[in-house]
Design a protein around this ligand. Structure first.
Ligand code: SAH
Length: 224
């Protein structure tokens, strides 16, 4: 999978993709990340990416031309499955959405800034708008990193034990069961006996039961 991220702050997210699982996904050839500095697609000497809004409201708005140039350049090189815009009024980002995006080959993620982007970009160039939650960030970079991380980690082979990604919270609409490691007892706090029993089938049953109970208690909305 290839993900192209368009941003005015490339240095803010570059580092994110150079560590841990995201970097491993690239080394294994399972994912490619390309970060594009929107200012490289301006044509004026001040490299302006924003301008005053029509109508006189407060804040600045991202201009159409550099965004259109960057997206057009990318589309000339290959076809994209989705051109995503990160936005608080987009579709809420969920695990099922991450699962379906992970099946795609090429994605563009455009990060907004300031007051937002000229609405015509959203009408004519964007195919999907995603919000990572009901709060407002200063820019789309963190949202792009969140989306890329959730999508790439479930590509088969990215995480060494594939089963591990499939048994995470929200797969099957259930929260994950509790996990423990050594020592089996610490300050008198004991790991549940069942996990030390070696009975694989009973452990699986216990984990499922825990998942259901935790989901009922913490996120009953997922079970409905
Ligand atoms: N005026 C806008 C908010 C702009 S915040 C509004 O009220 O809706 C600046 C940029 O940060 C946005 O264009 C978007 O790209 C990004 N952003 C902010 N909050 C976000 C969220 N919850 N999910 C995804 N992107 C977000």
């Amino acid at each position: 999978m290839r993900i192209d991220i368009i941003t005015v702050l490339p240095e803010m997210i570059q580092g994110f993709f150079e560590h841990s699982i995201m970097s491993r996904a690239q080394k294994k050839g399972l994912a490619e990340f390309h970060i594009h500095n929107l200012r490289d697609y301006t044509q004026d000497k001040h490299r302006r990416v924003d301008d005053y809004p029509f109508g006189g409201c407060a804040g600045m708005v991202m201009k159409i031309e550099p965004i259109d140039r960057c997206i057009s350049m990318l589309k000339e090189e290959r076809s994209y499955d989705e051109v995503i815009f990160t936005s608080p009024d987009g579709e809420p980002f969920t695990q099922p959405m991450a699962n379906s995006l992970s099946l795609y080959e090429n994605l563009i993620i455009l990060c907004g800034h300031f007051k937002g982007i000229d609405f015509r970009i959203r009408e004519h160039l964007i195919t999907k708008e995603i919000s990572i939650g009901d709060y407002v960030l200063t820019g789309g970079e963190l949202a792009a990193a969140v989306i890329a991380d959730a999508v790439v980690r479930i590509i088969p082979g990215v995480i060494s034990d594939e089963q591990s990604a499939l048994s995470d919270s929200f797969q099957d609409n259930l929260l994950a069961p509790p996990v423990y490691t050594r020592p089996a007892e610490y300050k008198g706090w004991r790991v549940p006996d069942i996990l030390l029993s070696g009975h694989e089938a009973k452990i699986k049953e216990w984990e499922l039961q825990q998942s259901i109970e935790r989901t009922q208690k913490l996120r009953p909305d997922l079970l409905r």
